[in-house]
Design a protein. Sequence first.
Length: 143
Amino acid sequence: MTEPKNCEYCGGEFNAQRETAKYCSDSCKTLSCRQRRADEQLITEQEVQKNEILQLERKKLELIQLELEQKNELQKQWQDFENLKEVDRQQKIQAERDKKNEELKIQRQLERNNRREEADRYSKRVELVALGVIGIISKLSKR
């Protein structure tokens, strides 16, 4: 005979007929088996729930990543827009400079033309005066 053992299910003391006996009765053995199966099913259900939660978390992360990518794309587009605005502003400034330079060039050309015309008029006056003086001198010399 073996020494008394404690039942693994109910904890009661019993005299085992075999060394490997774990339960005091068939009912404790059956109840223990049912308990293990329930525990295993609970564990399985918990694992299913964990997997579902993990899948949801993965989807959430994918959505967050997609949102970040979209945000980055929008920021890039905004920066491109700002860069285009700056290029446009610089082009307008350059166009204004070019226009002012062209206006100055035209103004200088007009001033040169005016000086030439004035010089030509002065030369003609001098010529006319010289011709007048020559005419007067020739009339005086004929007398």
